[in-house]
Design a protein around this ligand. Structure first.
Ligand SMILES: *[C@@H]1O[C@H](CO)[C@@H](O)[C@H](O)[C@H]1NC(C)=O
Ligand SMILES: *[C@@H]1O[C@H](CO)[C@@H](O)[C@H](O)[C@H]1NC(C)=O
Ligand SMILES: *[C@@H]1O[C@H](CO)[C@@H](O)[C@H](O)[C@H]1NC(C)=O
Length: 518
């Protein structure tokens, strides 16, 4: 009897947990591999929980067995592989501050995000219903309309520390007096000149440029989500349930977070590395002195680098008593061959960095790679090119997790000196290993955190009780300018009344005196 009851109960429980499986749509139209890795880490965690997941991407996905539905739409010619190499070349040669880069990137991102949601593949989804949308964010605010279409909650997922747009969506205070803007490259604590720069950048320059951006988003939103059927973009932006950021406070840049912004830093890192491809494994295992791992990531194509400089790097690396695993894609011929160097067009970076023989990571300073190196305790040598890479490099240098080098003015001597400094001075490796243990020390893993809060949003129908009230205040209200204005006006009125009253008394008194004199 008891046994039967137990079976019934467990059956009931199974049904219950199956019933909780939600239908989730992930929209990731940015054609950037490093972004997709982060987004897919979240989606795969949801798949493992038994949710019914559909992902929409512009890039292919490499899982051998896909336990989710994948819809891929091809990219327009404007964003073909060759065009991307050309764009990267320009950025490598003429680095710009993000605010200038933004003016080039935004139209491209708007174009591709609009192109993808107008595809037949995407349109065919519109008649379905979903319990939640996960939107991969990269200057595609207008795509929040997708959640408005399905009338379901939306979770925004982001690859690094939050952009200003995400602070606004989640109602996170900007605190520009002590939180440096990501693109100023400033670090905490900030002295007076740093705070001055941060104030001018975040308080004056950025709002002007981003106003222009908002206007562009608005146009794209109205094209795709007409007024007759959908709420306005500003309403939709106030309806974001949760923003997930791939950052952890231990990495620095401390700021107060509202409950609706949650850190899932390092979600792309596997707790247990996957087995390496046989040839790479053999190469790493047999490197008794250790290995230097060299990768400039997926955006900086090998063909966008000046050959004299890669040759100089080759001359140094081919002569050190270490093996070198160099990620080199097929957009240019290799700079030279040597017994100690293995070139690979693609490397499983996280698994390579987890290998105990890897002693140095030469990187472009992308957040993904830097975090993986920090997690596995591998010191870094960084040459940054664009976006947040400069700030990542500066932080690595400041914390002595490694060093940096310039690209355009690089010589053999500089490069040799930097490489040997890290390989021979143990302090970099010791510092980053110490950090690694701090970074891993958390109550829940990044995956568990992401899954918990996403399911929380689904369970509580958007969980708007945890939304920061700041989202609903305008600029004047956010900074209490309306209150200050009211107080100022009240004070003036009060002073005026006092003045009038005093004048009145004075007049009364003096007329009284006059009467007495009379
Ligand atoms: C968005 O994409 C569609 C289809 O590709 C195109 O017809 C339309 O002009 C685009 N909208 C804007 C505002 O660029
Ligand atoms: C979606 O449904 C509408 C009305 O129910 C129909 O007109 C339209 O053809 C459907 N679209 C697709 C792609 O199935
Ligand atoms: C806001 O989100 C809820 C669900 O989370 C949805 O039902 C509602 O339609 C959305 N409202 C707007 C204005 O987008």
């Amino acid at each position: 009897m008891i046994v039967r009851f137990m079976t019934c109960a467990s059956l009931f429980l199974t049904c219950l947990s199956l019933g909780e499986s939600a239908k989730i749509l992930g929209v990731f139209s940015t054609p950037a591999k490093s972004h997709l890795i982060i987004h897919m880490s979240v989606m795969r965690a949801l798949v493992e929980q038994g949710h019914d997941v559909t992902v929409f991407t512009t890039l292919p996905l490499e899982d051998k067995v896909k336990k989710y539905r994948h819809i891929q739409v091809g990219l327009p010619n404007m964003l073909s592989k060759e065009k991307m190499v050309e764009m990267a070349k320009e950025k490598v040669e003429k680095p710009k501050n993000f605010l200038f880069e933004y003016q080039d990137i935004l139209p491209k991102m708007l174009f591709v995000s609009n192109y993808t949601i107008n595809s037949m593949e995407f349109k065919s989804l519109l008649n379905e219903s979903f319990d939640l949308v996960v939107l991969g964010y990269f200057l595609n605010d207008f795509q929040l309309g997708i959640a408005a279409h399905f009338k379901c909650p939306v979770v925004v997922n982001f690859m690094i520390q939050p952009f200003t747009q995400l602070l606004d969506m989640s109602g996170t205070p900007k605190e520009i007096s002590y939180v440096p803007n990501l693109f100023t490259g400033l670090q905490q604590p900030m002295g007076f000149t740093d705070r001055l720069y941060n104030f001018v950048y975040s308080g004056i320059l950025e709002p002007v440029v981003y106003k222009w951006g908002e206007w562009q988003q608005e146009k794209m939103y109205r094209y795709n989500f007409p007024e007759s059927k959908y709420p306005s973009l500003s309403e939709v932006k106030k309806n974001v349930s949760l923003v997930l950021i791939n950052h952890h406070f231990s990495q620095g840049g401390l700021r107060p977070l509202p409950p609706g912004m949650v850190e899932i830093g390092g979600i792309q890192i596997k707790e247990k590395p996957n087995p390496l491809p046989e040839d790479i494994k053999e190469f790493l295992d047999e490197s008794k002195n250790g290995v230097v791992y060299f990768s400039f990531g997926s955006h900086v194509a090998s063909g966008s680098l000046r050959p004299e400089i890669t040759k100089a790097m080759f001359n140094v690396l081919s002569k050190i008593p270490f093996n070198v695993l160099w990620k080199w894609d097929d957009s240019a011929p290799v700079p030279g061959t040597s017994d100690n160097i293995m070139y690979k067009p693609w490397t499983p970076q996280d698994d390579v960095l987890a290998h105990p023989n890897v002693k140095l990571f030469i990187s472009h300073g992308g957040q993904g790679g830097v975090v993986e190196a920090e997690y596995h305790g591998v010191p870094l040598l960084i040459c940054s090119f664009f976006g947040d890479q400069h700030a990542n490099k500066d932080l690595v240098i400041k914390k002595e997790f490694g060093r940096g080098f310039p690209f355009k003015t690089l010589t053999e001597e500089i490069f040799r000196k930097e490489v040997l400094e890290i390989l021979e001075n143990p302090k970099y490796s010791e510092n980053i290993k110490k950090f690694s243990s701090v970074y891993r020390d958390r109550p829940m893993t990044a995956k568990q955190t992401a899954v918990f809060w996403i399911e929380y949003v689904i369970r509580h129908k958007g969980a708007f009780h945890m939304q920061s009230p700041l989202v609903h205040l305008n600029f004047f209200q956010q900074h209490s300018l309306d209150v200050l204005g009211f107080l100022a006006v009240s004070l003036i009125v009060l002073l005026k009344v006092c003045c009038v009253f005093i004048c009145f008394i004075k007049r009364k008194l003096s007329s009284g005196n006059k009467l007495k004199v009379l």
